[in-house]
Unconditional design. Structure first.
Length: 761
């Protein structure tokens, strides 16, 4: 076993590239032996509040079984270990407001507090005590949770002193009703916290025991942060927070707290543990970063890379494409051989693997996605949407097929084209150029295996039912271009649905705009909300100032590709968030004759030219009657469409298809009661501590109450530091108002009665 953490005296393997420092090693900080690690003055300070030098307690349940001392934790029977795993139902996350994990330990000791783990800024993991015992960090939740501190100076004013330096970004957000600004967490910290939490929820094989066991089975079954009914991570106190199962923040447990703050990326940690998070459709980032690898401004810049790639394409814009035609998705350009990636978990329901035609590659993969939501009648219902990946490179042989995981699910392991297909390629080409694709049912492959194999290499549309994870490779980038000599490597990506996904109480409903429905039968866009901004832009660039009757492709391109920031670029950016309703461009029901009547003389030089273009386009119209019936698509092929990158950006906030409510916010009354209770409890503890500091003797009842208050301790009252717009200037080296100091942050100020004992550095 390379690296491990300790749970009830047992070694739990942890997969991490960073150091792990354990309390059981003499050189590492330990709450069991603070005398070995604290300086004399800090040890005296700790002894004032905790004469026994014990900043932890025993977990309790109805059987009162968890009462072993540190020395008794090396032969805990399996039955007791499993009972402990059932008892601990949550993992609580904190920020420490110190410069490193050693300072965290020193401060918590001298404040009479504790935590199980601290994730240092550089990814190093410190375990200060065994999870068997209760840490004093999360108030009423202490008995039921494992406490983890995320090392972070927090306040931007301290950034210059932060050893992590520029590795942290600055974030703002509202927590428990207060708007906060803070430093973010480092990449190394996210990697370590994910590794730590995976260790708790993964099966462990123990030598000499027949079956593996999961350290925290309750957390493993409920491995989510607190999620609201709209799919968002809750940003305030929970109702019945001690009963929540999963992982949560300090602020979910107390109305007076805000750690780990708005900078903490809950969904990133969730995706790291569960291994499921939405993916970008191709890798454009020079560091090969995907959604789950980034946060904050880094993630925003990553999304911008894809917006700009699509808007600088040759006609693959959303939602107004070349020749003022509806374009349901975007084109993304990348080098030959670039893998195409499934964006969201779903089921592949249709594929086509076909030869290249004059306009490019008609090969595609269609994926259906679903989620459960509350309908307009208040009852749960399932909603469906689709992602389409068009212009994929044709798979010609076994080598091509072996690169794409889903192919084995359709064809088994035999990727060899049948002789009948090889000898019939010329006839097949004529067949597709007529625009009459054949549809084959491939949902039960073993019944008609030979037919499916032939259909695959012949280029038929094949209906499938193949599960596909987000991030799975589904094809290779193909080519597309309006003329053979203008083809470039690009993929068409789109997202569409039969009904508006964001119309009924969705958390993201306010983030979308709705373009008026277009019920026309031809492809030209005449929706004022879309056309007027482009025409206004064209007039601003045209010396005559005339309003164009139709928009040329070059004019539309100039609108999308403008580099400078101006009123028109902001209108262009608004197009990304528009939900449009119109007939699909893949539908054979599109009235191309009517399109020609409106556009001949502008879009094409002649009707003959239009006719030639139409013949070239027919092989791409896959939405046949058979496909429509099999997939239960709207008969007339009118759909709601969404910019796929903006869709990913929005779904990223709710962890996409794996949404389910796990908690409820506290009411205003509960919030107020909690704040008052914590404040009164802390005030009572401060009074007792002052008496101890003054050398007074506490009665047995007072000693018992003192111990009880510490067992329920959760660090501090919020001092409103970090509030946006605050005009208060704080001295971070000294705060004489000890009652308002935040224990668990940095070194507490020296006290008058400690003068003869030495002062803190």
């Amino acid at each position: 076993m390379d690296k491990y953490i300790v749970f009830a005296g047992r070694k739990i393997p942890i997969s991490t590239n960073y150091p792990v420092f354990l309390f059981e090693n003499d050189s590492a900080p330990s709450y069991y032996h603070p005398d070995r690690h604290l300086s004399p003055d800090k040890l005296m300070q700790m002894a004032l509040l905790r004469p026994t030098l014990q900043n932890y307690s025993f977990r309790f349940n109805k059987q009162n079984r968890f009462n072993r001392t540190f020395e008794q934790l090396f032969n805990v029977p399996r039955e007791e270990v499993e009972a402990l795993g059932q008892h601990i139902i949550q993992i609580a996350l904190h920020h420490d407001v110190t410069m490193n994990a050693i300072e965290t330990y020193n401060v918590l000791c001298t404040r009479g507090l504790s935590t199980h783990f601290c994730v240092n800024y550089d990814g190093a993991l410190y375990q200060y005590m065994d999870c068997y015992h209760t840490a004093w960090a999360t108030g009423d939740n202490n008995n039921w949770c494992i406490a983890i501190d995320m090392n972070n100076p927090v306040y931007p004013e301290l950034r210059s002193q932060d050893p992590a330096g520029a590795l942290r970004e600055i974030y703002q957000g509202k927590v428990n009703g207060s708007l906060k600004t803070m430093l973010g967490y480092t990449e190394a910290q996210y990697e370590t916290i994910i590794a730590l939490m995976k260790a708790f929820v993964s099966p462990v094989n123990v030598p000499g025991e027949p079956d593996p066991w999961i350290p925290l089975p309750v957390v493993a079954e409920n491995c989510f942060p607190p999620i609201s009914e709209t799919g968002e991570v809750i940003n305030r106190l929970l109702a019945n927070c001690t009963q929540f199962k999963g992982f949560l923040g300090h602020y979910h447990c107390s109305a007076n707290k805000w750690d780990p703050g708005p900078a903490f990326d809950w969904l990133r940690v969730l995706s790291g543990i569960k291994g499921k998070r939405n993916s970008l459709p191709i890798m454009l980032d020079e560091d090969n970063k995907n959604i789950a690898d980034c946060g904050g401004e880094r993630l925003n810049k990553l999304f911008d890379t894809y917006y700009h790639n699509a808007e600088n394409s040759n006609g693959g814009w959303y939602p107004v494409g070349s020749n003022q035609s509806w374009h349901s998705g975007i084109h993304l350009s990348a080098p030959e051989g670039t893998p195409i990636i499934n964006m969201m978990e779903g089921t592949i329901v249709a594929i086509r693997n076909v030869k290249t035609v004059a306009l490019g590659d008609p090969s595609f993969v269609l994926v259906r996605h679903e989620r459960e939501e509350t309908g307009p009648d208040g009852n749960p219902r399932k909603v469906f949407w689709y992602s389409l990946y068009m212009h994929l490179q044709r798979m010609k042989d076994e080598e091509d097929c072996a690169k794409i995981p889903w192919v084995a699910g359709l064809l088994g392991t035999d990727f060899t084209p049948p002789d009948s297909v090889i000898h019939d390629l010329r006839e097949s080409a004529r067949f597709y150029e007529q625009g009459v694709p054949h549809v084959v049912d491939g949902t039960v492959p073993r019944k008609n295996y030979k037919e499916i194999l032939e259909a695959f290499f012949r280029g038929d549309i094949i209906l499938t039912q193949i599960p596909c994870d987000a991030g799975s490779i589904i094809g290779t980038i193909g080519v597309f271009g309006d003329k053979p000599d203008r083809r470039i490597h690009q993929v068409h990506v789109e997202v569409f649905s039969a009904e508006n996904l964001f119309a009924h109480g969705s958390a993201q409903m306010g983030s979308w705009g709705l373009a008026e429905g277009d019920y026309s039968e031809y492809s030209l866009v005449n929706v004022k909300k879309l056309i007027k901004p482009i025409k206004d832009f064209v007039k601003s660039m045209n010396a005559t100032g005339k309003d164009p009757t139709f928009l040329k492709t070059s004019e539309i391109a100039a609108f999308y590709q403008m580099a400078e920031e101006n009123v028109y670029s902001s209108r262009r950016d608004e197009f990304r968030s528009l939900i449009c309703y119109h007939r699909s461009e893949w539908s054979p029901l599109m009235n191309w004759t009517k399109t020609a009547v409106h556009s001949v003389g502008w879009q094409w030089e002649s009707e003959k030219e239009f006719g030639e273009w139409l013949v070239l386009w027919l092989p791409f119209q896959w939405m046949t009657t058979d496909v429509t019936t099999a997939l239960d698509l709207p008969r007339k092929h009118y759909f709601f469409t969404y910019h796929p990158i903006y869709m990913l950006e929005q779904l990223n906030q709710t962890y996409a298809g794996d949404i389910r409510q796990t908690a409820e916010e506290a009411s205003d009354g509960e919030f107020k009661d909690n704040a008052n209770e914590v404040a009164n409890r802390l005030a009572e503890l401060i009074k007792l501590n002052k008496r101890l500091e003054n050398g007074e003797e506490l009665s047995p009842a007072e000693k018992a109450r003192h111990d009880e208050l510490y067992e329920l301790m959760d660090d501090h009252l919020d001092d409103e530091k970090g509030d946006i717009g605050s005009e208060t200037v704080y001295d971070y080296n000294y705060d004489p108002n000890f009652e308002r100091w935040e224990p668990g942050e940095w070194q507490p100020p020296p006290r008058v009665n400690l003068k003869n004992m030495g002062s803190d550095d």
